[in-house]
Write a protein that binds this ligand. Structure first.
Ligand SMILES: [Zn+2]
Length: 238
């Protein structure tokens, strides 16, 4: 467990934005071949949100039509203090060297968020069978400073799931259950961070347990009915 005192709240931002109501007010992020970063981050967010809720987190998804500035303000309107939860910004990486692949995360100045980034990188890179590029300070990012890291009130990290420009990374993400594998990996990582024990994700097991329980209840109910019948029949005897 890394965040012992923090509220179990996750603020999820599918990196980049699109305001369909306003022409040319958009930033869909990186594009490569037919891939668009925003489309990918939204699909990952959509797979992740129900899994985080099932794990017991309260989850707030930043609306997709907000730009970065407004996304930060929206999150800060809910997260006032450091321990008001964790804000996760989801991105895909882009680079001209198309052989580069892997998962990386960015953090600010604290060792705490560095460790959160490490857990995320470890789990997500394994889920996509790609390289672990580890947790890096935001001073090593392209802009040299990330608003999501520096200006959010609560704990915050930014994850670059994989490379939009790498064929193997995108094949893994687009494979059957690819988005779901990433969602499970992030959920497991955040459960570790908050010290949450995940329930066995097997609905059949849960159903089996319920049926066994019902059968046991039936047996004890039958016993009670038999006892009542015996008691009643004692009155009926001549
Ligand atoms: Zn991005």
């Amino acid at each position: 467990m890394i965040l012992e005192k923090a509220k179990k709240i996750i603020y999820l931002n599918a990196g980049h934005f699109d305001d369909p109501g306003t022409l040319h007010v958009e930033d869909p992020g990186a594009k490569h071949l037919t891939f668009v970063e925003l489309t990918e981050t939204m699909k990952i967010r959509d797979a992740l949100l129900p899994r985080l809720k099932a794990a017991g987190f309260e989850v707030f998804a930043v609306p997709d039509d907000l730009n970065l500035r407004r996304s930060i303000d929206w999150t800060n309107s809910k997260a006032k203090k450091l321990d008001d939860g964790l804000a996760l910004d989801i991105h895909l990486n882009y680079i001209s060297d198309k052989t580069q692949r892997g998962t990386e995360a960015f953090y600010g100045t604290s060792d705490t968020t560095k460790r959160i980034g490490e857990i995320l990188c470890e789990k997500v890179s394994v889920s996509l069978n790609t390289k672990n590029r580890h947790s890096k300070p935001d001073t090593m990012s392209n802009p040299g400073r990330l608003g999501w890291i520096r200006e959010i009130n609560c704990w915050s990290v930014l994850i670059e799931i994989c490379f939009l420009t790498n064929t193997e990374d995108m094949t893994a993400l687009h494979a059957e259950n690819g988005y779901d594998k990433v969602a499970i990996a992030i959920t497991e990582a955040l459960a570790d961070v908050f010290g949450i024990t995940l329930k066995k994700d097997n609905s059949c097991e849960a159903e089996k347990e319920t049926i066994t329980k019902l059968n046991e209840e039936n047996v004890s109910l039958k016993k009670i009915i038999n006892q009542i019948m015996e008691y009643l029949s004692s009155f009926l005897k001549p």
